[in-house]
Design a protein around this ligand. Structure first.
Ligand SMILES: C[S@@+](CC[C@H](N)C(=O)[O-])C[C@H]1O[C@@H](n2cnc3c(N)ncnc32)[C@H](O)[C@@H]1O
Length: 392
């Protein structure tokens, strides 16, 4: 479903949820009114809609993940994804000290699976798991979920709101984190590249051109001479993110998993409306001005630009491949066999889970894995079929 005029039903939302949405609308509207141009950039709007204190989508306490929420991420769909990621971590770290930092752990599903994968295979003294989670609500949820796992490894999990200061050696994972970072939006109007900002007309938020914006070099370069009305998004925060990561990342590998494209596909002329999408109770649409704070807002990742940010911060880019190839390289077949233990019902369920993860019509091709390293040089089974050359 893709329709910017769509008005889906808000009848299932509790009065408390609607009240919170009204408060958030008021907060954003007052910020807009306080500006000279009566318009804010879309990344500021997205940042408030998703992360404003106690009101934003990721901090307000609504059910976000899974069948009862708005969308299902790969770790939410079962153990296969997490077991394959854990296998890749073990290979990188030679089964020695396992130190993992997970950014944006959502409901805690991936941490849960990874801990169960290592349980009984590694001593707690050789295991450390850090979660860097900006949302206090989600950290609480993650703590609750992990406390139910019967393993001493759980005691080795530590939480942080932002980047730690001390040096880190290990594997860092960011699954569907970059797509949740606030993005600016640009369009071509009267032959010029312009920024699309957000204004408030007294009742609704509306798109409005933001005058005298500084256009990022990447957008200026790629959208030059593009057709009238073409739209693309750009996440400026990525470069700072990699610079901050580099400061504490003494040695190890960062695994990024997300939906997105290489540069050529990201700026393809056929995708003239950009990549902005919203998720509300499993409905997908492209209007971020509905159900403020009650729906997810996301954009696809430009992996070529992400690789550029990693390189300029001092990382090496070792691998890029599809989610399907990454999981198959990390012995997805063996995991299905081990988890089904000969039970035909389990085998059927796992086959369905695997299909969702690897079929090109589901997550297999649209989701990608990228590996960036610092200070170590490893062959990684997940990137045996390496398509790094596609990044440009
Ligand atoms: C779409 S959810 C993905 C959750 C989880 N990784 C999964 O795959 O199920 C995005 C997550 O990223 C977190 N997040 C957003 N910006 C972040 C940042 N700059 N650093 C760390 N986490 C961030 C959100 O709070 C949320 O937990």
């Amino acid at each position: 479903m893709k329709n910017s005029d769509q008005t889906f039903s808000l009848q299932d939302i509790s009065p408390k949820g609607l009240e919170r949405s009204r408060k958030l609308t008021k907060l954003i509207a007052s910020e807009i009114r306080a500006t000279n141009q009566q318009v804010i950039s879309f990344d500021r709007f997205m940042s408030l809609a998703l992360y404003a204190d106690s009101l934003g989508y990721y901090v307000s306490g609504r059910e976000i993940f899974g069948a009862k929420g708005d969308f299902v991420t790969a770790p939410e769909s079962g153990d296969l994804f997490g077991f394959c990621v854990a296998e890749q971590c073990a290979e990188i770290l030679d089964w020695n000290d396992i130190a993992i930092t997970e950014f944006g752990a959502g409901s805690g599903a991936l941490a849960d699976t990874i801990i169960r994968y290592f349980d009984g295979k590694i001593s707690p003294k050789n295991f450390n798991y850090y979660i860097i989670e900006p949302s206090p609500y989600l950290s609480k949820r993650q703590k609750m979920r992990l406390s139910k796992i019967n393993s001493q490894l759980v005691e080795k999990v530590k939480w942080r709101v932002t980047f730690p200061n001390e040096g880190f050696f290990g594997v860092a994972i960011a699954n569907e984190v970059f797509d949740a970072m606030p993005a600016r939006r640009f369009t071509i109007r009267h032959g010029e590249i312009q920024e699309l900002g957000v204004a408030y007309d007294g009742e609704n938020f509306v798109w409005r051109l933001k005058e005298s914006s500084v256009i990022p070099d990447l957008i200026r370069d790629r959208m030059m001479n593009y057709p009238e009305g073409y739209i693309a998004e750009h996440i400026e925060g990525q470069i700072t993110w990699f610079e901050q990561l580099k400061k504490f990342f003494n040695s190890g590998v960062l695994l990024v998993a997300d939906y997105g494209y290489v540069d050529k596909e990201f700026f393809h002329l056929d995708r003239c409306d950009g990549t902005l999408r919203c998720y509300f109770q499993h409905h997908v649409h492209d209007n971020p001005f509905l159900a403020i704070g009650l729906q997810d807002i996301t954009t696809s990742v430009n992996f070529s630009y992400l690789a550029e940010c990693a390189l300029s911060a001092g990382f090496r880019v070792d691998g890029f491949t599809s989610q399907a190839k990454f999981l198959i390289g990390n012995k997805l077949d063996d995991k299905i066999a081990a988890l089904s233990r000969g039970d035909s019902i389990d085998a059927y369920r796992l086959a369905q889970e695997a299909k969702r993860l690897i079929l090109p019509t589901h997550m297999g091709e649209s989701f990608k894995f990228m590996a960036c390293s610092n200070g170590i040089d490893k062959t990684m089974s997940g990137f045996v079929d390496n398509e790094r050359f596609r990044l440009g």
